[in-house]
Design a protein around this ligand. Structure first.
Ligand code: AMP
Ligand code: ZN
Length: 460
């Protein structure tokens, strides 16, 4: 039995998918206007754990993640500057160039973290027509109204707005600031479709002239297109609960009378030294920053597995050092078991497998699962059988415990020499290739040429 905490019901519930064979999931993807920071990446590590746990339980997945490559506003509400356009101005580039660049960087971060990608990655700019049709249906159903500049969702038409975060719309009204658009009927109404000003960079022809979509609409239209009106799980960060996901629920109700997902799962924030990660505090780190400081992407993954996804996690370099050492020890334990021939009590194996499964199925309790992993890793008897169990568990952890140090975890100067050596070997310039090998040894790296290619090992 799998239990997940559902933000909608505010309790842990047994997970029962609509289709017993295939779980349908939607994950809110990034807005690609800057590098993903390690807080953002925590959200996608959670997504990875969820996928892996469901697959370990034998489910097939149909999982969609959007890429927000059309501007949305700096704040979640309909105000502030457009993030994509701000980045385009900052870098003096076309917003499409900005989006392509940062989307590719994000996808390569996922690869480096060995995060499984969703089956469908949907770019907002490629689904504008789907969004327009979605708005038309909402209007037809009487849940939207048009003002001079915007098509708004009319939240007063719902039986209740704010089911996810228990928003009290009356209190909101009382405490609201002056409404920026005097034509907006209710404070909780939000933009579905926005009529683009003359100088707006990203806009599309539509029934209402040149327009661009609201951010919340994007996720509703794309989840509906690929997963249908109702699907199993919707994921995102906790910041999505009060506005973005409330609005997706409102749109689903306006479109077809249904809350789109049955289970809403939200990951807590990663903080830095107990403070919010932000540019102004100069504590915003990317995966590249960590790599430059000598931590591998897998070290960061290991660090994340130490905390429940529903608890905030405090990022410190001391904790990263501990994660790095742990991962190294885990890999060594795996190698030691691989060489062992001791006989293992089948009851011990049975117990470990059961406990591991119970932990991951208890709302992705990875710290608990890791304690089972360590019990096996540290077991006094050494056996290939235990190495295989660790490898089986690694299908869920995704730590690549069987991999020796990876090229992509090496310092940049070492990578450059490796590249030069590869080129020398391709030219059959073995003299230079040997010289470069000696240079690597001087720098503390040993090169082995294997059938699969070059293996580089740090000499301790
Ligand atoms: P964004 O590109 O701003 O939409 O963010 C992408 C994802 O990262 C969303 O799911 C956010 O909820 C999540 N997120 C943003 N900041 C953090 C953080 N500090 N810790 C964990 N998740 C975060
Ligand atoms: Zn979304």
């Amino acid at each position: 039995m799998i239990n997940f905490y559902n933000t909608l019901s505010k309790k842990k519930e047994e997970f029962i998918p609509i289709n017993p064979k295939e779980v349908k999931i939607y994950t809110c993807g990034p807005t690609v206007y800057y590098y993903a920071h390690i807080g953002n990446l925590r959200a996608y590590l959670f997504m990875d754990s969820l996928r892996r746990v469901l697959k370990y339980n034998g489910f097939n997945l149909k999982h969609v993640m959007n890429i927000t490559d059309v501007g949305h506003l700096v704040s979640d509400a309909d105000e502030g500057e457009d993030k994509m356009l701000k980045a385009a101005k900052r870098e003096n580039k076309d917003p499409y160039e900005i989006a392509n660049y940062y989307m590719n960087r994000f996808l390569s971060d996922l690869d480096e973290l060995n995060i499984e990608k969703p089956e469908i990655i949907a770019r907002a700019t490629e689904h504008i027509k789907d969004m327009e049709e979605y708005v038309k249906q909402i209007i037809k159903n009487g849940y939207a109204y048009e003002t001079e500049n915007t098509i708004y969702f009319d939240t007063s038409k719902l039986d209740k707005y704010g089911v996810l975060s228990n928003l009290d719309a009356d209190n909101l009204k009382a405490g609201a600031r002056i409404n920026l658009d005097p034509n907006k009927k209710n404070i909780t109404d939000f933009a579905l479709w926005i009529k683009a000003p003359e100088n707006h960079l990203m806009k599309w022809d539509s029934f209402w002239g040149k327009c661009y979509p609201g951010w919340h609409l994007e996720c509703s239209a794309m989840s509906n297109k690929y997963l249908g009106e109702e699907f199993d799980i919707h994921t995102g960060g906790i910041d999505h609960i009060p506005v973005h996901h409330e609005n997706e629920i409102a749109q689903g109700k306006g479109y077809c009378g249904k809350i789109p997902a049955h289970y809403w799962m939200h990951v807590e924030f990663l903080q830095v030294n107990a403070r919010k990660m932000s540019k102004s505090l100069n504590n915003l780190y990317t995966l590249d920053d960590l790599k430059q400081k000598g931590y591998s992407p897998m070290d960061f993954k290991m660090f994340n597995l130490s905390t429940l996804y529903r608890k905030d996690i405090n990022f410190t370099f001391e904790a990263m050092d501990a994660a790095k050492i742990s991962l190294k020890r885990l890999k060594e334990s795996y190698q030691n078991h691989l060489k062992g021939n001791d006989i293992i009590d089948p009851e011990f194996i049975k117990k470990c497998k059961k406990q591991f499964l119970e932990a991951i199925n208890d709302d992705l309790n990875m710290p608990q699962a890791m304690s089972v992993v360590w019990e096996i890793a540290r077991y006094s008897k050494k056996s290939k059988q235990l190495a295989n169990i660790l490898l089986e568990f690694d299908k869920v952890l995704g730590l690549q415990i069987d991999k020796k140090e990876q090229e992509n975890e090496l310092p940049i100067e070492i990578k450059e020499i490796i590249q030069q050596r590869k080129e020398a070997r391709n030219r059959k310039d073995f003299k230079q290739s040997d010289e470069l090998r000696d240079k690597l040894i001087m720098l503390g790296y040993e090169v082995k040429d294997t059938k699969e290619g070059m293996e580089v090992i740090k000499i301790n």
